[in-house]
Design a binder for this molecule. Structure first.
Ligand code: PMP
Length: 354
């Protein structure tokens, strides 16, 4: 017997590679925004009062929580704010997935879901996406202890939007489970499940500032749902760490949220560059999904995805590749600036010429 027999062991989530400081790379591997946050953020930061850091932040994150609630037309008691949506999702898993029955999620989705299930000892079953990477709705009517769906999905970029009732049917079929809809990428063209939170008390919509608001480094995520769901999440949060959101995050988050014109301009730029990139890759024989996100999911024609990944990396272009069944032939490429995507396409041409 050793203390190691009592360790909570887990195979951790592996984030995308971060270049070393000073290394010049085109970083298309973690779905960051290539544009800076709103100039209002830089402005707020430039006269930030360092003295305020003596004081603990608002435990209930009230100033930012209320700004988010106003932005979405929700009540303050219907919003939960956390340290990125990873924190929000983690608290939601711990709070709502406490059944002996398995939680359900797709085989190809955000690779953190099975990690949280493992670390919290939540039983789970995966449900394969169909061959076009769409969710098979009928898979989610089996008895379950909860459901989590990323819509649009990652890393496929695919959105269940042809049928607006899609998520509603799953929520309505599972009144005894909480359905978490992870909308990290919804601002880039997905259809939100947010209206369902008015009608159903078992749906939680999770969003992030990391992508569409260029705030990955600041770590702000949030969830919206019925006030009972939010109360249960707060009970768990206050049982782990009351002061999760630091003062600058609260203050600068409000500044980021206040600039809708900038938000719309930068999101539109990403969508335009995404569509250009999809077109260029298809011209070169890649299979590419109809992405509704700030990344494209693409499978090259005459070269393996693994080799393309490695050869791009040699040219200091980082994209993401997983050595995983069904997606081994695919690359996930974040949408950068027009210039970065032109460099990517030039590198692809260079690689294909051999
Ligand atoms: N959900 C999905 C589907 C994601 O791809 C990511 C980004 N890795 C997250 C949630 C978490 O993002 P963040 O913690 O930066 O909000």
């Amino acid at each position: 017997m050793s203390w190691e027999d009592n360790v909570r062991t887990v195979l951790p989530y592996v984030p995308g590679e971060q270049p070393k400081d000073g290394q010049k790379v085109i970083k298309l591997n973690t779905n960051e925004m290539p544009y800076p946050p709103s100039p209002k953020v830089a402005e707020a930061l430039s006269h930030y009062d360092a003295n305020s850091l003596r004081l603990y932040p608002a435990a209930d994150v009230a100033p930012l929580r209320d700004a988010i609630a106003r932005y979405h037309g929700k009540g303050s008691d219907e919003v939960f704010v956390g340290v990125g949506s990873d924190d929000v999702l983690s608290v939601a898993f711990l709070t709502f997935f406490n059944s002996d029955k398995p939680i359900l999620f797709p085989d190809i989705t955000y690779s953190f879901y099975d990690v949280w299930a493992d670390v919290y000892r939540i039983p789970y079953e995966i449900r394969p996406l169909d061959e076009d990477f769409h969710i098979v709705k009928s898979d989610y009517t089996a008895p379950n202890g909860g459901i989590v769906i990323a819509n649009p999905n990652a890393p496929t970029g695919v959105s269940e939007m042809d049928d607006v009732r899609f998520i509603e049917d799953i929520v309505a079929a599972n009144p005894d489970s909480v359905v978490i809809v992870d909308e990290a990428y919804v601002d880039f063209g997905g259809v939100s499940a947010l209206p369902l939170t008015e009608k159903y008390d078992n749906v939680l919509v999770v969003r992030t500032f990391s992508k569409s608001r260029a705030f990955a480094g600041m770590r702000i995520g949030y969830a919206m749902g019925n006030s009972k769901l939010i109360k249960y999440m707060n009970d768990v949060k206050y049982s782990i760490n009351s002061y999760t959101m630091n003062r600058p995050a609260i203050d600068l988050g409000i500044a980021a949220l206040s600039d809708n014109a900038y938000f719309e301009k930068t999101v539109s730029a990403i969508i335009k560059t995404r569509q250009w990139t999809i077109g260029e890759l298809r011209k070169r024989g890649f299979k590419v999904t109809e992405s509704k996100t700030n990344f494209v999911f693409a499978s090259p024609e005459d070269i393996s995805a693994k080799e393309m990944f490695a050869k791009l990396r040699e040219r200091n272009i980082y994209v993401r590749w997983w050595d995983k069944d069904r997606i081994r032939d695919w690359l996930r490429i974040s949408v950068g600036t027009d210039g970065e995507m032109q460099t990517l396409i030039d590198a692809v041409d260079d690689i294909m010429r051999g």
